[in-house]
Write a protein that binds this ligand. Structure first.
Ligand SMILES: [Ca+2]
Ligand SMILES: [Ca+2]
Length: 184
């Protein structure tokens, strides 16, 4: 069965905004290096600091995992088609996520939980999403929709919302808003 338009739009959005950082049309190591710079400058982590190194190592590990699985023709680039087919596989069995997918989920949660208290609030969510170029007001709205009136989202809730993002066909499901966009 082909991927629905709704899911395809979501996958493309994450591809374009969170992964293909230099907007070249494919994902490669350079995009990850740019994302590392973005994240560390948002947090004020100087290159050479422990947190910079930790972010660098995590992101490069995620890239290596993604490339290994998704780069079918081994040209060092992950195309939109490779990306979509990988997430389509995921949607059929989200409890059997690839290692890099789980690492990325954890990485994003920890990044968003800037205070380190185990939950994400609207300010924390908005600061990370807007560093990827999103409108702060839309991020806030997306957080409200995703948290369904609560002030914070914990890790278990985040995991469930994440799965929903990649599997849901229902535009009103709260998981659709986990990447800061309110509409697809
Ligand atoms: Ca790119
Ligand atoms: Ca927090």
């Amino acid at each position: 069965m082909p991927i629905s338009d709704f899911r395809k739009k979501k996958l493309l959005y994450v591809f374009n905004v969170f992964f293909d950082v230099n907007q070249s049309g494919t994902i490669d190591r350079k995009d990850f290096e740019l994302a590392i710079e973005k994240i560390c400058s948002l947090r004020g982590w100087a290159s050479g600091s422990d947190q910079y190194k930790k972010t660098y190592d995590s992101m490069i590990k995620i890239w290596e995992g993604l490339k290994q699985r998704a780069d079918a023709n081994q040209d060092g680039q992950v195309s939109v088609e490779e990306w979509a087919s990988m997430w389509d596989e995921y949607s059929k069995n989200p409890d059997k996520a690839l290692e890099w997918q789980t690492q990325y989920l954890r990485f994003m949660f920890d990044l968003e939980d800037a205070s380190g208290d185990g939950t994400i609030d609207a300010d924390e969510f908005t600061s990370v999403c807007s560093c990827y170029g999103l409108e702060a007001s839309e991020c806030r709205e997306a957080f409200q929709k995703m948290a369904q009136g609560k002030k914070e989202v914990n890790y278990d809730q985040f995991v469930a919302l994440w799965k929903q993002f990649f599997t849901s066909e229902n535009p009103s499901d709260p998981g659709n808003f986990i990447f800061g966009k309110t509409k697809f």
